[in-house]
Design a protein around this ligand. Structure first.
Ligand code: MLT
Length: 258
């Protein structure tokens, strides 16, 4: 299905019936990352997956895709579907968007799942890395995408998940380059939303990979304590859905998504 925001197409899919679950993909990903999960969730839920602006089949909304702008796009999809209460699971950057959504529409969120994600904003060093990433992306997008995707997997999983890595790369190569740059700019300036996570009084979960190359597990442990959020630690890197499907499914049962 397609929703137009200021004339820009935003693609989303709806499956199943029951309480609503919104699934938001991460950076350099699209709604296809949930292809294995959706049929399972759709047995008892209305499952909505969205291609966030500038990713998948969706167009770009602006030069900078702030988390607020992306959360507003998600709100417009939810409104179009007439949903008033949702459970949201966001992978990495999708988690940043989920938190921005929760900050703006707290009464609409029943459950928040940050999958390989965090509420903590970028450090100065990470911001500098974002600038470097933007420069490489503008000069040689294929090099940037080709290097970034394997680095999401735990080092010892990169060979075993070669096929998945190639599929993800192929998908990301087709995204509009200005969309990728707009996301990098938006993530760089996103604010720390740890207070949003702490304040949120619905069900809330963090899922982290013990070998995540992006987020340190000890930081996740601290965040879990300070924000009073239940933490699941699983083997593997940043791509739990690929790298540890069996544990991921167990968690989905535990949190009553399945
Ligand atoms: C993602 O997977 O969405 C990104 O790695 C998040 C980030 O770069 O902060």
């Amino acid at each position: 299905m397609i929703l137009h925001i200021n004339g820009v197409p935003i693609h989303y899919h709806v499956s199943g019936t029951g309480p609503a679950i919104i699934l938001l993909h991460g950076f350099l990903e699209s709604s296809t990352m949930w292809n294995r999960l959706v049929p399972l969730l759709a047995e008892k839920n209305t499952v909505v997956t969205v291609d966030l602006p500038g990713h998948g089949l969706s167009g770009c909304l602006d030069e900078v895709h702030t988390m607020e702008l992306l959360a507003d796009a998600v709100f417009q999809v939810i409104s179009e579907l007439d949903l008033d209460m949702v459970r949201i699971m966001g992978h990495s950057m999708g988690g940043y968007v989920s938190l921005a959504f929760t900050e703006h529409y707290p009464s609409m969120v029943d459950t928040l799942v940050l999958l390989n994600s965090t509420s903590i904003g970028d450090s100065m060093d990470i911001r500098k890395n974002r600038d470097r990433a933007i420069a490489v992306m503008k000069k040689n997008p294929d090099l940037y995408i080709g290097m970034s995707i394997p680095n999401l997997f735990a080092e010892n999983n990169r060979k075993g998940f070669r096929t998945e890595i190639e599929t993800l790369k192929k998908d990301a190569f087709s995204f509009p380059h200005e969309g990728i740059v707009a996301m990098l700019k938006g993530m760089k300036i996103r604010k720390d939303r740890s207070s949003v996570l702490k304040k949120f009084d619905g069900r809330k979960y963090l899922i982290c990979g013990t070998d995540d190359p992006i987020f340190d597990v000890s930081d996740m442990e601290k965040l879990s304590i300070t924000s009073n959020t239940m933490l699941f630690k699983v083997d593997g890197g940043h791509m739990t859905v690929n790298e540890n499907w069996s544990e991921f499914v167990k968690i989905m049962y535990f949190i009553d998504f399945l």
